[in-house]
Design a protein around this ligand. Structure first.
Ligand code: IPE
Ligand code: IPE
Ligand code: MG
Length: 248
């Protein structure tokens, strides 16, 4: 693989930068197993990749980076793994909050945050407040998130508004739904990357990825870094996005 600086130069020559990149960060467990290490060690090494990818996204000029960190379904993993992941979340915030603010990263958390332990929830609120003024990159961290639940909440709100006579069912549009999702105000992802070779969406951003370009990387998340993100963006730049129309 070409080195990161060279890949970044190529990206800049081409010009079209995806505004919004989303990543399903997968493969921490397999990374640990290959080394005969416990799964949480894989998750810990995955934190380094988060740091690298945030920096790379800023360098490339991406506006929004969405990272799927913990799904609604992941609560069903063994309690020791869940608590290791929650401690890592707190540790990540503790360690990175000042640096994220310095880099101009506005951090948001999207998901059922009330299910988090009180200490983790407090840490989340702290970093969101601390970085609220930042404008360089918007970082959406999806924690305790499931896309169907997100859509169902929107549907419930819409049904309530319609029942109360505040909304005419005939006027319900894409925007009516989009503005009731947790991603309200964010452009839809241009590029969705999944690491570790899995070819599925696993209940991530189902509504928002209608016309997103998909990139499956074989690399396990703890090995994913700047170069890998730049490779994915370069691949995206070669795509012909037609949105159902014909070529120009
Ligand atoms: C991704 O890695 C992190 C989370 C889903 C929390 P995994 O833990 O799913 O790793 P694999 O898929 O078992 O290798
Ligand atoms: C998806 O990965 C969720 C996150 C990356 C946070 P999983 O490892 O949980 O997904 P499946 O079980 O392979 O579909
Ligand atoms: Mg997995």
């Amino acid at each position: 693989m070409a080195d990161a600086a060279e890949l970044l130069a190529q990206i800049r020559i081409h010009g079209t930068i995806p505004r919004h990149v989303a990543i399903i960060m997968d493969g921490n467990g397999r990374w640990a197993r290959e080394r005969m290490l416990p799964r949480p060690v894989g998750h810990r090494n995955g934190m380094k990749s988060v740091r690298a990818v945030v920096e790379a996204a800023i360098e490339a000029g991406v506006d929004v980076l969405s990272l799927f960190a913990f799904s609604a379904e992941n609560w069903q993993r063994p309690a020791v793994e869940v608590s290791a992941l929650m401690s890592l979340l707190e540790e990540y915030i503790q360690r990175e909050a000042d640096e994220l603010e310095r880099q101009g990263v506005q951090v948001r958390f999207l998901g059922e945050l009330l299910l988090l332990a009180p200490a983790a929830h407090a840490a989340v609120e702290r970093v969101v407040r601390q970085t609220a003024h930042c404008t360089k990159l918007r970082l959406n961290l999806f924690v305790s998130y499931g896309s169907r639940a997100e859509i169902l909440n929107a549907v419930r709100q819409i049904a309530r508004d319609a029942a109360a006579g505040k909304l005419d069912p005939e006027q319900i549009s894409d925007a009516t739904v989009s503005e009731r999702l947790l991603t309200a105000g964010c452009p839809d992802p241009d590029l969705l990357i999944r690491t570790s070779g899995e070819q599925r969406i696993s209940n991530f951003l189902l509504w928002q990825i209608a016309y997103t370009e998909l990139f499956i990387s074989p690399v396990l998340w703890p090995d994913f870094g700047r170069s890998e993100l730049f490779e994915a963006i370069l691949d995206f730049q070669k795509r012909d996005r037609r949105f159902g129309r014909v070529d120009a």
